[in-house]
Design a protein around this ligand. Structure first.
Ligand code: TYD
Length: 217
């Protein structure tokens, strides 16, 4: 997204912004915790966040978004709620943390919106990219790690304990989400890295650490 890169250039010196992405059930939350611990053990000031959420306002929006009772939610409403939650998180937490030099590790960010609302729901890509520009307030990740797992395996894992409103969309939706992530990585290979999420948790963490190592050089 050209507009986002331009904004990034104007932001000046700051900490490091890493986002974790992937379809539901890829092991992302476990890996976010392990990666945060590994970076903290290396002496980094790590701020771990998840989307949607991370501020009182964003958590209220999260509850609206994931509640299976809101089955009638229009795709446009869904898109704008994710963006609203994000804008609050960026202004209230991410920008201040980056300004003081922290490593911000965010479990999902605007690539989720591309993968789920454009890829999964089929909303117009240009419209989603423009919405992402607004919702992110121009704050672009330095590195985005896409955890990639066989969609059927990931979906079975994600739905083992019940489904939220997004997971209720089913396996074909998750396959479209995965396809969108792979397209993103092909289009932005410097920022977006696909990481194999199969195998033992510590092996996956080692792959993730290797995929961010150059950010400190
Ligand atoms: P969550 O329970 O946090 O799932 P996960 O642990 O897989 O991240 O629920 C977040 C859901 O919201 C998940 O299904 C992905 C979806 N989502 C979007 O559709 N668009 C977005 O912009 C974001 C941030 C998340």
């Amino acid at each position: 997204m050209e507009g986002l890169s331009d904004e990034r250039g104007r932001m000046g010196a700051r900490g490091i912004f890493i986002t974790l992405e992937g379809a539901d059930g890829c092991g992302k939350s476990t890996q976010a915790a392990l990666l945060a611990d590994a970076l903290a053990a290396r002496g980094r000031d790590v701020v771990r966040l998840r989307e949607p959420g991370g501020t009182p306002i964003s958590e209220k929006i999260r509850a609206l978004l994931l509640d299976p009772a809101n089955a009638e939610m229009a795709p446009e409403c869904e898109l704008l709620l994710y963006e609203a939650s994000r804008a609050q998180l960026v202004r209230q937490v991410i920008e201040p943390a980056l300004a003081r030099g922290a490593v911000v590790l965010c479990d999902r960010y605007y690539d989720s919106t591309y993968a789920y609302q454009a890829g999964g729901r089929g909303l117009d890509e240009t419209l989603v990219n423009r919405s992402n520009l607004l919702g992110s307030c121009g704050c672009v990740p330095d590195r985005t790690l896409v955890l990639d797992l066989d969609p059927a395996e990931a979906f079975a894992r994600a739905t083992a304990g019940g489904v939220d409103r997004m997971e209720a969309e089913g396996l074909a939706f998750q396959e479209r989400v995965r396809g969108a992530y792979l397209r993103l990585a092909a289009g932005e290979p410097c920022r977006v890295h696909v990481v194999d999420a199969s195998g033992k948790a510590d092996e996956v963490t080692a792959r993730l650490l290797a995929a961010v190592a150059d950010l400190w050089e």
